[in-house]
Design a protein around this ligand. Structure first.
Ligand code: HEC
Length: 148
């Protein structure tokens, strides 16, 4: 094997060149989680006065977050992958049922947020509790299943 091929093989197997391969399951789910963070921070920011509250932006954001929360789980392969850069604990694979349960609670909480946000005219006050539930869902899973 010449040097170039050897390097390419190392890059493929370890994602050692430039971090996580964006097309790997890890890369895909991490990108989705980043999007989820961005959207949820904007929604939370609107309710906390960091960003101006805008009725339609909030409703659109809720729909977007709800769609996103349905997508990362498929990128956790049934069998734990080796290597790479993941913050997923071994528990994700050892306690798959519990992981799925928290994933479903996440989806239920964003669905509820969408339902509340569809009731126009929107009152910011009515959104506080369902938004907190969404944020608590993220936190609950990270505490159990994310390394740090
Ligand atoms: C059912 C479990 C679960 C839920 C719910 C969940 N996460 Fe995560 N999240 C994880 C795991 C596991 C990782 C580590 C993934 C990895 O590194 O392979 C992670 C990683 C992340 C990361 C880091 C991504 C990176 O750059 O590596 C962010 C940001 C994040 N989650 C945001 C959120 C937000 C925001 C929510 C709620 C809207 C949320 N997560 C809900 C399990 C969850």
């Amino acid at each position: 094997m010449n040097k170039f091929l050897l390097l390419a093989a190392v890059c493929l197997s370890l994602a050692a060149c430039g971090g996580v391969d964006p097309n790997s399951p890890q890369g895909k789910r991490q990108a989705i989680f980043k999007d989820m963070l961005k959207v949820s921070e904007d929604l939370g920011g609107m309710l906390r006065g960091r960003i101006a509250f805008d009725e339609s932006r909030f409703a659109e954001g809720a729909v977007k977050l709800d769609a996103l929360t349905r997508t990362p789980w498929q990128h956790f392969p049934k069998v734990q992958e080796a290597g790479g850069e993941t913050r997923a604990k071994d528990d994700v694979w050892q306690r798959q049922e519990r992981f799925q349960e928290l994933a479903q609670e996440m989806e239920a909480s964003t669905a509820e947020l969408v339902a509340v946000a569809a009731n126009k005219p929107l009152r910011e006050q009515a959104l506080v509790a369902p938004m907190k539930k969404v944020e608590d869902s993220c936190k609950a899973c990270h505490e159990e299943f994310r390394a740090y």
